[in-house]
Design a protein around this ligand. Structure first.
Ligand code: NAD
Length: 495
């Protein structure tokens, strides 16, 4: 594998095991695209059980020494890694844009949040202050001390989705390894190019071989990881059906699991919302990254007169979105990441129309420059007269679609918002403190936003989802210490 970063194509990708790029022991491959050109830019191996075995042995071997190194020393590598990521940020943003289909601006945003994930992990020693020692505690038997220590656990698998191929693994890697574990990343098979290059920065930063590994592959590769005896836990981010499977498979084998999953985020638009900034904000929330964010709004619920007051403004703002090739600075929104994803979204639009929705803006035949005509573009689409029971109102679309449901009151809108199966975020646009407060208290979701379409918390906050949006108890960020270490109680008596 060539080590030059941004390029027109990348050939056959390797795995990264024990500090080296190695070819997968597999004759099964998938194609990874530049979705704006509709052109294959890399071949992705579907790593086999034997590839996973080699990766796990290397990670386990590395764990023996790595877990004994003082945490302050482990953190020094993280500081170097941060500098290297900054140096590579321009090229990395381009690769992210090229392989995912997000714009270069969105690629830069992902790099920035990757750096913030490193910054958050730099605070870990502070959390260790929760460790306690109790002296002379045994009744009637003096000189017995009890102490609780924390220990890293071993090898963790990190299974990630396509939409943030570098940032999401980096939500977990810095925490896991700084706390003394070793990891194996299994990226999405759709766009693994950026993370496959990025992963070597760990070696450049001085991390010992085997601490951070990567195996490319699909669902079968994840399964091999989950079934491996020496993988102690999994951090997963992806869709809800897969999260549910991974969570139960991991738990049934006694492994730790946290699974951040899909979403259908409702947005309540109240008649008293401040017009200009609210509309601009809502439109960006629905259509940036072509709607492929777990925090993107998924359903617009207008309350009372809000429909008449804001609809024309919304339509005219959406019409101005420039859809095009993601590497052009003039593009506001790029293509979808895959042809299959595009077909799925179009299928959902068609089903909604059959069920009685009315299309106000139709992105299905969006025109882009002839050079990009093979790309997976889908223009912004607005669907009106959507009822809360329709699939388009209940299921995650993960595409540039704004379904609109009308409610006559705040209470009715809130009931619709809370009736869904997901609980990632809920948003309200209003200038009333009373409604904002009530919404924040009564909306059943992990992240609440007032006058913000995308409730993206800072990296050191948890990323809580409820209902089908999160499986597990502990979160990879704020609960990193509990998730990536185990407690041990040591009792001592010295005669
Ligand atoms: P996905 O569930 O299809 O795939 C995620 C990962 O799981 C990939 O690495 C894939 O190879 C693997 N996988 C797929 N099927 C599997 C199976 N049966 N067994 C084991 N592994 C399997 O998700 P995606 O399409 O890549 O990503 C989009 C989804 O991710 C959306 O639902 C989105 O909401 C969600 N997401 C959630 C968050 C969050 O923090 N809650 C963040 C980003 C994305």
């Amino acid at each position: 594998m060539s080590l030059k970063w941004f390029s027109e194509s990348y050939g056959r990708l390797s795995n990264y095991i024990d500090g080296e790029y190695v070819e997968a022991d597999s004759d099964r491959f998938l194609e990874s695209y530049d979705p704006g050109l509709g052109r294959v830019i890399a071949e992705v191996p579907i790593s086999s059980r034997s590839d996973v075995d080699v990766a796990v042995s290397s990670a386990l071997e590395a764990f023996r020494k790595w877990s004994q190194i003082p945490i302050l020393e482990r953190m020094r590598y993280l500081v170097r890694l941060r500098m290297l990521v900054e140096e590579k940020s321009g090229e990395l943003a381009l690769m992210l844009a090229q392989n995912v289909g997000k714009t270069v601006r969105e690629g830069r945003g992902e790099v920035q949040r990757t750096i913030e994930a490193i910054d958050s992990a730099l605070g870990l020693p502070h959390l260790f202050m929760s460790v306690r020692k109790l002296v002379n505690v045994a009744g009637g038997e003096p000189e017995i001390d009890m102490e609780m220590v924390r220990e890293p656990l071993g090898v963790f698998a990190i299974i990630s989705p396509f939409n943030f191929p570098v940032m999401i693994p980096m939500w977990f890697i810095p925490m896991a390894v700084t706390l003394g574990n070793t990891v194996i990343v299994k990226p999405s098979e759709l766009d693994p190019v950026p993370i496959t290059y990025f992963i070597k920065l760990f070696k450049d930063a001085g991390y010992p071989d085997g601490v951070v590994n990567l195996v490319n592959g699909d669902a079968s590769t994840s399964q091999h990881l989950l079934e491996h005896r020496d993988v102690v836990g999994v951090a997963f981010v992806g869709s809800s059906p897969v999260a549910e499977k991974i969570y139960s498979a991991a738990c049934s084998k006694g492994k730790r699991a946290l699974c951040q999953a899909g979403a259908k985020n409702p947005v309540l638009l109240m008649p008293d919302a401040v017009p200009e900034p609210s509309v601009e904000n809502i439109v960006a929330g629905f259509f940036d990254m072509a709607g492929q964010r777990c925090l993107a709004p998924g359903l617009l619920i207008t309350v009372g007169e809000a429909y008449d007051r804001f609809l024309e403004m919304i339509i005219s703002k959406v019409k101005r979105i420039r859809v095009g090739y993601q590497l052009l600075e003039t593009t506001d929104t790029g293509p979808l990441a895959s042809l299959r994803g595009r077909q799925r979204v179009v299928g959902m639009i068609e089903k909604a129309l059959e069920q009685g929705a009315r299309i106000l803006l139709d992105g299905r035949n969006i025109k882009v420059d002839e050079k990009y005509s093979m790309g997976f573009y889908l223009g912004p689409t607005i669907l009106d007269q959507v009822s809360p029971e329709m699939e388009i109102a209940r299921e995650e679309v993960f595409g540039p679609v704004m379904p609109i449901v009308r409610a006559s009151s705040f209470d009715e809108a809130l009931e619709i918002a809370n009736s869904g199966a997901y609980g990632n975020t809920g948003t309200i646009y209003t200038s009333s403190g009373r409604y904002a407060r009530e919404f924040a208290r009564r909306m059943n979701a992990g992240n609440i936003a007032v006058n913000m379409a995308v409730a993206q918390p800072n990296q050191f906050f948890p990323f809580p989802g409820r209902k089908k949006s999160f499986y597990g108890v502990l979160h990879g960020q704020v609960d990193a210490l509990d998730f990536f270490t185990d407690r041990k109680v040591i009792m001592q008596r010295w005669w």
